[in-house]
Design a protein around this ligand. Structure first.
Ligand SMILES: NC(=O)c1ccc[n+]([C@@H]2O[C@H](COP(=O)([O-])OP(=O)(O)OC[C@H]3O[C@@H](n4cnc5c(N)ncnc54)[C@H](O)[C@@H]3O)[C@@H](O)[C@H]2O)c1
Length: 395
């Protein structure tokens, strides 16, 4: 058996996603991973993250990039472009968390995502994607886009069905929803590049874009890409009429908390993607594929690998059930391995194989770019109350 290659990595960012990336790296089996260290702009947070995991706390991003083969970009989305380009310029691989990049305002104190010009947002987001594409073209490194839905077991099973049966997907519908992100910065457009349409909508949207790519490549050798979009956004928890009973996060400043996107692909088929921060009862992440020869419901979360009825909430005080469940009493679907169903370890395993052995990438920069141009075109459409807007695709 050939010796497994070593892969040295560094993590930019020391928050929530940095933690689950670190956990996924520990499960890599096809290469010998070594997390060399971490760098984040908050020095104390960097030191804590490093000490808890016995890795180095780097003082600068450059120093970390020089010490590794691959950089995990787990920073807030505002810094994805800057960190990814810095790594690519040194010919390193970069694993970039979602969203690839975006538009984070004009830097003015009174910037407001509700009222900003969405055509400017689209133009600036496209310019950012083009800079990242150019950096990748000029580099020996590569962008590996960390869209875990692509690697979720149910989506990969659906890929197999499409490839082996030559299926034509007629309609995809899907959703990512829960009762509100934990991240404080998520409340403001200038930190997140938009609201729920990008923050959550990017996941089921990218899964839909990915499966149409798979279909096109399987039958004709070229991906089927998005052509136009109609979208609506709403800020339900900011309505005067919203009756807050404390179960749903409601401190958003200038972002949407409900969105729907209707995508028309270049072959005329369609996808409808919902994203919201207004549902209780745990995460609701799923995608349904209606094809000419089959129909699949791919559940990301919840999954019914296990269902439990718990008589007394306090019995489960020290038992993790599933993300964002409101109560542990009564019936629930505890996830025996939530990360596995979500696709995190499979994603990192695949990326490390690319770094070590050059394996092809399922979730690459053009898929990420299609997600960004589709979503910011959706914001232009939503500004016009749902007018159909053409989507520019980039390579
Ligand atoms: N795939 C998923 O399921 C998933 C889940 C949550 C978050 N995310 C994505 O992960 C990214 C980070 O989100 P999070 O929840 O981890 O945020 P977080 O606030 O918990 O952590 C962000 C980290 O980035 C650091 N940072 C900010 N700017 C930086 C810079 N210029 N250089 C170095 N470090 C910098 C901060 O110091 C902090 O440590 C976001 O793009 C988010 O959309 C993905």
């Amino acid at each position: 058996m050939a010796k497994r290659k070593d892969v040295r990595s560094g993590i930019a960012g020391a928050g929530f996603s940095a933690s689950f990336h670190f956990e996924a790296i520990k499960k890599v089996y096809g290469t010998n991973p070594e997390v060399v260290g971490v760098f984040a702009i908050d020095a104390d947070q960097t030191a804590d993250f490093a000490a808890q995991r016995d890795i180095k706390a780097f003082d600068t991003l450059d120093e970390m990039i020089d010490s590794v083969d691959v950089v995990h970009v787990c920073t807030t989305a505002t810094a994805h472009e800057e960190v990814a380009i810095a790594a690519l310029e040194k010919d390193k691989f970069v694993i970039v968390e979602k969203p690839l990049t975006g538009y984070f305002g004009d830097g003015s104190d009174d910037f407001n995502g509700d009222t900003c010009c969405k055509q400017t947002a689209l133009d600036e987001a496209i310019a950012s994607v083009k800079r990242m594409l150019a950096a990748e073209h000029a580099s020996k490194g590569q962008i590996l886009y960390a869209e875990n839905w692509v690697y979720a077991p149910s989506i990969q099973k659906e890929r197999e069905i499409i490839e082996k049966t030559g299926a034509q997907i007629l309609w995809i519908h899907g959703e990512e929803a829960h009762s509100g992100s934990h991240a404080k910065t998520y409340a403001q457009w200038k930190y997140s590049g938009g609201g729920v349409m990008i923050g959550k909508g990017c996941h089921p949207l990218t899964a839909a874009l990915y499966l149409k790519r798979v279909e096109g490549i399987a039958r004709n050798g070229r991906p089927i890409r998005p052509a136009s979009i109609s979208a609506r956004t709403h800020a339900i928890t900011r309505m005067d009429s919203f009756r807050d009973e404390g179960h749903i996060r409601s401190d958003y400043y200038d972002i949407d908390d409900f969105s729907m996107m209707h995508v028309v692909f270049e072959d005329g088929t369609i996808a409808d993607i919902f994203a919201s921060d207004i549902i209780v009862g745990g995460i609701h992440n799923w995608i349904e594929v209606a094809a000419n020869n089959h129909r699949s419901i791919c559940n990301i979360n919840p999954n019914t690998a296990m269902s439990t009825y718990n008589c007394l909430e306090s019995n489960f005080d020290d038992i993790y059930v599933v993300e964002k469940i409101g109560t542990k009493a009564g019936w629930s679907d505890p996830s025996p391995d939530e990360d596995w169903f979500t696709g995190y370890p499979q994603e990192i395993e695949a990326f490390y194989r690319t770094v070590a052995y050059g394996d092809p990438v399922e979730s690459n920069i053009t898929l990420a770019a299609d997600c960004i141009t589709t979503i910011y075109s959706a914001y232009v459409s939503a500004e016009q109350k749902g007018t159909e807007v053409s989507i520019t695709t980039l390579d």
